[in-house]
Design a protein around this ligand. Structure first.
Ligand code: SAH
Length: 257
């Protein structure tokens, strides 16, 4: 056991205070030092008070993780804040990998505090599109080769998963979203429902319902999550539902094969 401090990697949820867990709020309130991307501090002033904070830009994830581990190893209680869930394309894996370089004696206690991920937040605003098997795929090829992303898109499309897309499009990454749409169009009916949510649970939240044919024209950016239905997904009024199957199957369980 180390005599060093504690390091919390905290998921903030999608945006509003109501969607941040009490565990996350307690971890921030109990920290000596809070580290994160600058924009994440907006709206946390009451939890942070006069604590020390370190705000680093989006590209400096490695620096954030190193400072956090080093400060916690010196005996401080440190929080690294991450949007949504910290384990979903967030800071948790990098912080744990960084801490793994220390010896058992030096390493601070590490606690990953879960958060409501964008996929859960956006699905709730759309209705119940994730009620059956689904896949989440990030279209960012900054750290993952595009060939691998494309293989996963094709595999998920062929296997009839509902598919949620994160990091769909930025100014520099501007063709990947259209490529993903073409893959869906090749495997699914054009009229398959698609939901697009931008800035879920934030003041500028936007929800758009469209189809695989229509999604190519829909404006999306790095604040958007796209949920593409499978062959079962239906639109009821302004909600998307992927039936779990209760209403079409006999009550008796089928015998095991
Ligand atoms: N750890 C985060 C995901 C980080 S990747 C989580 O669990 O939610 C960043 C991507 O998440 C964005 O490009 C976008 O696709 C999605 N995202 C994050 N917050 C969102 C929100 N409030 N509304 C819609 N999409 C969001």
């Amino acid at each position: 056991m180390s005599q060093s401090g504690r390091l919390f990697i905290v998921g903030l949820g999608p945006g509003s205070r109501e969607t941040m867990t009490p565990q996350a709020q307690q971890a921030i309130a109990g920290a000596d030092l809070v580290i994160g991307y600058g924009a994440y501090f907006v709206g946390l002033a009451d939890l942070i008070g006069d604590k020390e904070t370190i705000a680093l830009p989006l590209t400096q994830e490695i620096e954030r993780a190193e400072i956090a581990v080093e400060q916690a190893a010196r005996g401080r209680t440190v929080c690294v804040i991450s949007s949504g869930d910290p384990g979903v394309y967030g800071m948790a894996s990098l912080v744990l990998e960084t801490a793994a370089r220390l010896s058992d004696d030096e390493r601070p206690d590490l606690v990953v505090v879960p958060g409501v991920s964008a996929v859960n937040a956006c699905a709730s605003l759309l209705g119940a599109p994730l009620a059956h098997d689904f896949a989440v795929i990030s279209l960012s090829d900054l750290l993952t080769p595009w060939e691998k992303i494309e293989r996963r898109l094709v595999a998920a499309a062929e296997a009839d998963f509902v598919i949620a897309l994160y990091n769909p499009q930025s100014e520099r990454r501007n063709w990947q979203y259209a490529r993903a749409q073409a893959i869906f169009a090749a495997h699914r009916d054009d009229e398959t429902p698609v939901g697009i949510v931008r800035s879920a649970f934030r003041p500028d939240q936007q929800i758009q319902l469209t189809t695989i044919a229509g999604m190519a024209e829909a404006p999306v950016d790095m604040l958007s999550t796209i949920i593409v239905g499978n062959s079962q997904t239906r639109r009821f009024a302004d909600t998307l539902v992927t039936p779990r199957g209760y209403l079409d199957s006999p009550r008796e369980k089928s015998p095991a094969p």
